[in-house]
Ligand binder design. Structure first.
Ligand SMILES: Cc1cc2nc3c(=O)[nH]c(=O)nc-3n(C[C@H](O)[C@H](O)[C@H](O)COP(=O)(O)OP(=O)(O)OC[C@H]3O[C@@H](n4cnc5c(N)ncnc54)[C@H](O)[C@@H]3O)c2cc1C
Length: 472
């Protein structure tokens, strides 16, 4: 995380800015700069401009553009790189802009960028609706959407970007523009997967779908020594699984639940996190074979609500720990890839109190089949599964061992993984990775051209950066 920038006091920051302006000596500065990624707290930004509305965003961007000052953008604060609060930077903080509205007639949901997934889910569920998004309720809608957005509904309704109807954007020089299929379609193409490279998004409009409120969801917990066998048997069953089945496989420490033998508490186990949003009566035929793939220690799948199901992972997602995140796409769940993941579980440098989870998200269905790879920046070509390793610990002295472990795992997974990937579910791995993560070279060139058109000075550079295409 080398995201420091040259410090500047910004004593000339515009006085007509209506929101809160927080400098290192101000009360509230430390609370405002806290991110999900605890390592970001090692450095503080020079100024946090907490915007009250989109006029404030425009004011801050006009100031930055006039002085050639690079800008970081903070929405939900979950970005694993901590790019939302770089040392010494000017931050446009959108976390106070958190209105969400739902039109039950048109099924259109509009969210400001400070809205979290939990807030959007709660609002949409009042009308029996949901926008396909992620699995932890404190994640921000904005950063998640701009990267792609995957979760339990992706097989049924696609990625979040597949359901994005349009955005309002403040450009780097402070103009308000619309991005949708009719207005500025190239910008809209790039915003759906290209991250925060092109402008500051102040409103996101989504297509929502009927979901729940009742769903069948929960966890099937197996001993780790059954993992290879269970995962080997899954593929055959999943080949015909309906799109209503969402499945995330996790290798993670067993929670201290009374129904689990005491000796496995805190030890790695295989957890199938199941969310079935189809007709409850059909659930046993879909979920039953998952449990029958082995001899579970616990079967915690039952009828619940969509809001509960889509926040069941919150318990292992506390704010503010030091963390790293690696991941990529797999063309299939091969025995060799599973072997690598299991081998690396055994070498994890974890201690009591640390949190880790090695995940496999089942793709296919709408996210894989219903959209053309070139229809937007987000890439999905060839992806059948997404692997992901997330580790969390407390003290800086342990960063190096965790980073070395994650780097070695990424190298070991490389022969099994695709070169494209999902930018939001990995730390930034550098120039070569960024060139490939959106898919083809042609897509990367198109992203660079859109960047050159909308942010030629690369003021929005604290992100998985796409360098503007060289001109002249
Ligand atoms: C615990 C956890 C669980 C997660 N689960 C999922 C999941 O289930 N599915 C999934 O798809 N992803 C998931 N993610 C990844 C998540 O999508 C990304 O971390 C995403 O960047 C978070 O967005 P944010 O707004 O919360 O973060 P922020 O840190 O505020 O933003 C991340 C970056 O996005 C850009 N950005 C944010 N808002 C704007 C804006 N309004 N305009 C322009 N640029 C902007 C900026 O470059 C910023 O640095 C998870 C992450 C964590 C830490």
């Amino acid at each position: 995380m080398s995201v420091s920038t040259q410090s500047r006091s910004h004593s000339d920051f515009p006085s007509d800015f209506r929101g809160a302006v927080l400098r290192p000596t101000d009360d509230g500065y430390d609370a405002a700069r806290a991110l999900y990624q605890g390592r970001a707290a090692d450095h503080g930004p020079a100024l946090i401009a907490r915007c009250a509305d989109e006029e404030d965003v425009a004011t801050a961007m006009r100031y930055a553009c006039a002085h050639g000052i690079p800008v970081a953008v903070r929405s939900g604060g979950h970005g694993s790189d901590g790019y939302a609060m770089p040392g010494g930077a000017l931050v446009v903080d959108l976390s106070a802009m958190r209105t969400v509205t739902v039109d039950p007639e048109t099924r259109v949901v509009r969210a400001q960028p400070g809205v979290t997934l939990g807030e959007m889910d709660a609002a949409a569920q009042r009308h029996g609706l949901a926008v396909p998004a992620g699995t932890v309720s404190s994640t921000g809608v904005a950063g998640l959407t701009l990267g792609g957005g995957i979760g339990y509904l992706m097989r049924r309704y696609g990625a979040t970007v597949d359901n994005l109807l349009g955005c309002d954007v403040i450009t780097v020089d402070g103009r308000k523009v619309r991005a949708d299929p009719a207005e500025n379609p190239d910008l809209f193409w790039a915003l759906r997967g290209g991250g925060g490279n092109f402008g500051v998004v102040t409103s996101l409009e989504y297509r929502a779908h009927p979901v729940g409120p009742e769903v069948v969801a929960g966890q099937l917990i197996f001993p780790l020594d059954q993992a290879a066998d269970v995962l080997g048997k899954l593929s055959a069953h999943l080949a015909t699984a309906p799109r209503e089945l969402g499945l995330l496989v996790a290798i993670a420490p067993a929670p201290p639940l009374p129904m689990l033998p005491r000796e496995v508490h805190g030890k790695p186990v295989l957890i199938l996190v199941v969310v079935y949003t189809g007709e409850p009566a059909a659930a046993p035929a879909v979920v039953g074979p998952l449990a029958a793939a082995g001899r579970p220690l616990a079967d915690l799948v039952g009828t619940t609500t969509w809001v509960r199901a889509n926040s069941m992972l919150d318990a292992v997602a506390p704010y503010g720990m030091r963390m790293n995140l690696r991941g990529g796409y797999l063309p299939a769940l091969s025995a060799d890839a599973v072997d690598v993941l299991l081998e690396y579980v055994a070498t994890l440098p974890s201690k009591p109190g640390d949190i880790y989870s090695i995940n496999l998200s089942f793709m296919g269905g709408a996210i894989s089949e219903d959209r053309d790879e070139d229809s937007m920046a987000f890439s999905r070509e060839g992806a059948a599964w997404l692997w992901e390793a997330i580790c969390k610990w407390d003290v800086p002295g342990r960063d190096a061992e965790y980073d070395a472990w994650a780097t070695a795992l990424t190298e070991a997974m490389r022969p099994h993984a695709l070169t494209n990937g999902y930018a939001n579910l990995s730390d930034d791995l550098g120039e070569e990775w960024r060139r490939g993560v959106h898919g083809s070279e042609a897509k990367h060139r198109r992203l660079r051209a859109v960047k050159a058109a909308w942010d030629p000075q690369n003021l929005l550079r604290f992100n998985k950066n796409i360098a503007p295409e060289a001109t002249g």
